[in-house]
Design a binder for this molecule. Sequence first.
Ligand code: ATP
Ligand code: MG
Length: 175
Amino acid sequence: MRLFVAAELPGEALDALAETSALLRGSVRGRFVAPDSFHVTLAFLGEVEGHGVDAVCSAIDRGCVGIAPFRVSLGDLGCFGKRSKATLWQGFRDAGNLAALAESVRAELRDAGFSFDVKAFLPHVTLMRAVDLTEGELPAPALAEGVVANVVLFRSDLSGQRPVYEALHTVELVA
Ligand code: ATP
Ligand code: MG
């Protein structure tokens, strides 16, 4: 199954991200991520055998030990890929806490023998894919702050019309 680990976003941030997404509808063309799917990927595992899931859950549990809930603050828009077919996202201001969480979870996954995408962590929330940025102008994004308190292991099902993420395991950060 296709797995990834994500930080759950606080309601204030989800509302602002939905607002940014609505602003983008008036400015650029592309495929929108459904607001109920917004998340920050901490580690993308890709295909993992069903019998490995328990070990993945334990590694995530260990990676979250000693990390208290922390405040995040949404930031600027950014993009990956070609300007004619970009992935458009909203980032964070001072994302050191998210980076520390990702590093801790990644270290435990690595120690448990799991491989994952090793690109440097750039905390972001994808809002659109296949965006044509050669025309139009990007709006100023909506901003908000809130507290990240949960880390979730998701199974991603790409077989349908749109990706469906199913939460398999949730870890509550403890102060
Ligand atoms: P689709 O691929 O159909 O556009 P999606 O990207 O939302 O949908 P997945 O490809 O399963 O669904 O990805 C789940 C999450 O993992 C997303 O946040 C995605 O950006 C991230 N992700 C996917 N592939 C990688 C990768 N190779 N490296 C890092 N993160 C990835
Ligand atoms: Mg993808």
